[in-house]
Every structure is written in C-alpha cells, then in structure tokens.
Design a protein around this ligand. Structure first.
Ligand SMILES: Nc1ncnc2c1ncn2[C@@H]1O[C@H](COP(=O)(O)OP(=O)(O)OP(=O)(O)O)[C@@H](O)[C@H]1O
Length: 322
C-alpha cells in the first residue's frame, strides 16, 4: 500500500495556500501578494511544524506556476552556518536572472537563525544588492536571533502553533484519504500529543496506522510513548493528597512499564499543572520543583531519581500547604 511507504507529512503537504489549515490571516495576506504580483522580502517566525516551509513553497507555486521549480530554491542554514553559504550558494542563486518570464526568483532560507552574525551581515548586503532579481523568505523559530537590519527589511509573519481544531481537521482529511477509521478520542489524543505541530500529528497518525486501520486513543498513546492526560492528573492528584507511595507507584508504572521518557513525562506534568485548578501557592511550588528536576536531568543527573525526588517534593509541599 502506498500509504505505508510514503511519509505522510510530504504526501499531504498542502499544495496551495488555500489548502493549509489554520493560519488564516497569514494565508490571506500572502495570497494578496500573489494577486498584486509583487512580493517584499519575508521573515517567517514560529515553532516547528506549523506551515512555514509549506507556505513558502505554496507561495512560489502560486507566483510562478509551471516554472516554480526553476525560480525557487530552498536552503537550510543549519547545514552550513558560515559566511561561505551566503557568498557561494545564496549569491549565486540570487544574481542569476529569473526564468520562464518570471520577474524575480524566491530563495527560501530555512533555520535562518542558525547563521552566524557575519553571515547575516553578508546576507543583508545580498538582500539589498539583488532585491530586483530575488526575494528572500527567511524562516526561523525566534526572530530575536535575526539581526535588526534584516528584520527591518522584511515583512514579518508570526506563525502560531496550530489550534486543536486545525490539527483535527487535517488528521480527519488524511485518515479519510488513507481509508482509516479513527475515533474522536484518538483525534483528541493526536491533538494533545502534537501541541500544535502538524508534523508531530501526522507522524503520530502514520505510526498508529502501521498497527491497524482502525485507530483508537490507546494506540496513539502507546505508539508515541506518551502518558494519557488522566494518568498525569492521577499522579498529581495522589501527590496533592500526600500519598507518596501511591504517587511513586504511578510514576514507576509510567517510567518502567510503559517506557515513557522522563523528559516527556516532566513536560506533560508541566502542561497539566499550568492548566490545573489548584491552590496558586502550591502550583507555584510544583512548577518550581519541575524546573529543578528538569534542569538536573539536563545536566546529566539520574532521571529516575530526579523524578522520584520531584514527587517527594510535591508531597512535602502539599503537606506544608495543608
Ligand atoms: N497549516 C498547515 N496545514 C496543513 N498541513 C500542515 C500545516 N502546517 C504544517 N503542515 C504539515 O506538516 C508538515 C511540516 O510542516 P512545515 O514543513 O511547513 O513546517 P515548518 O513550520 O516549516 O517547520 P520547521 O520550522 O520545522 O521547518 C508539512 O509537510 C505538512 O504536511
């Protein structure tokens, strides 16, 4: 079956701006460039998997039609971060004339924030010198890492994490196209796991579809090694009630039996806490304990010991607050 051999994020990458889900304001503004036939340099910022590359490719297709591949080039700045990439590849592409009757070319530079500041300074000059023949679309996670003179030459587009509705819509589309049946709970589970990242969402769907063409929430949590939100809520609830043995048992089940990575589990506890309705002082203490454990694990401390220590501190803080 084709679906098993192709990566769905590529197979179902929207081919036009109109086919993208979410990001409506951005899609509308980008479409108006196509209608007017003119394009400034653009800076796309935002988290992974929300449509920055997709929008750049779709924009090029809509501007150039059949000749889009001749007039569009994608480079990833994290492959080569120094000034040479600007001097060689970028300048080389920018200076040559557009083809097939196009009035300019588009260079899409992914992970532009990986460029060194020297490389960014050279890029700024290239953007100025070849603005007639080439428009730049720079993409990055944080615009603060892009030097001001580049930012001021670009129209800035901030891509947000996709909402649960948008993720669900695309998951339904792909499931239908692949002939899968999927429960509402499974769609919800995918949206929970994805945290607004469509790449994560479609990979979770494809991972579960290897097991069966009838997908439920359990399969999604299982194949992505993620705890269910109810399990996290129970862990927190046991510790708030001061039941250390119970919380410790729940934690060990998740870590040892279910094989959930400590980093993932800490992230899930953090997300659950930020939304939880509980005493503010206790919530503050819990978030502080999470930050401490997260930091220590990142420094190389034993993850399981740190997680248990975190639970112990949860219980102590709850007892103090009682
Ligand atoms: N808004 C969207 N609508 C539909 N599908 C999307 C959308 N955003 C992302 N996708 C899907 O997720 C995949 C990854 O998205 P994309 O490459 O555009 O991410 P990105 O924002 O450029 O992330 P990165 O910063 O990691 O490069 C796409 O191939 C597409 O299948």
């Amino acid at each position: 079956m084709e679906g098993n051999s192709t990566i769905w994020i590529e197979k179902y990458r929207p081919r036009s701006l109109e086919d993208m889900v979410g990001q409506r304001q951005i899609v509308e503004r980008l479409s108006s460039y196509v209608r007017s036939g003119s394009l400034p340099h653009l800076l796309f910022t935002g988290p992974a998997g929300v449509g920055k590359t997709t929008a750049a490719v779709a924009l090029a297709k809509e501007f150039f039609g059949e000749t889009w591949q001749m007039n569009f080039r994608e480079l990833n700045a994290s492959d080569e971060r120094g000034i040479d990439v600007v001097r060689n590849q970028i300048k080389q592409f920018a200076r040559t004339s557009p083809l097939g009757g196009a009035t300019f070319k588009i260079l899409f530079l992914d992970e532009a924030d990986a460029l060194t500041s020297d490389a960014q300074a050279a890029l700024r000059r290239t953007m100025e010198n070849y603005a007639q023949s080439c428009r730049f679309i720079l993409s990055c996670n944080y615009s603060s890492k892009i030097i001001d003179p580049i930012q001021s030459r670009c129209a800035i587009y901030r891509f947000n994490r996709l909402g649960e509705g948008a993720v669900g819509e695309q998951v339904h589309r792909v499931a239908e196209a692949e002939g899968l049946s999927i429960t509402d709970d499974a769609v919800e589970a995918i949206a929970y796991i994805a945290e607004g990242d469509m790449r994560k969402a479609l990979n979770a769907l494809q991972g579960a579809a290897i097991l069966s063409d009838r997908i439920d929430a359990g399969m999604i949590y299982e194949t992505t090694s993620t705890a269910r939100p109810e399990e996290i809520a129970e862990l927190l609830d046991l510790s708030v009630r001061g039941d250390f043995a119970g919380a410790q048992g729940a934690l060990r089940t998740l870590l040892r039996d279910r094989g959930i990575a400590p980093g993932e589990l800490i992230g899930q506890c953090f997300r659950a806490l930020t939304k939880a309705e509980m005493d503010t002082a206790l919530k503050v203490a819990y978030i502080d304990h999470i930050g401490e454990a997260d930091f220590r694990i990142s420094e190389g401390a034993d993850a399981e010991i740190q997680m248990e220590a975190m639970i112990a501190l949860f219980v102590l803080s709850a007892q103090k607050a009682a």
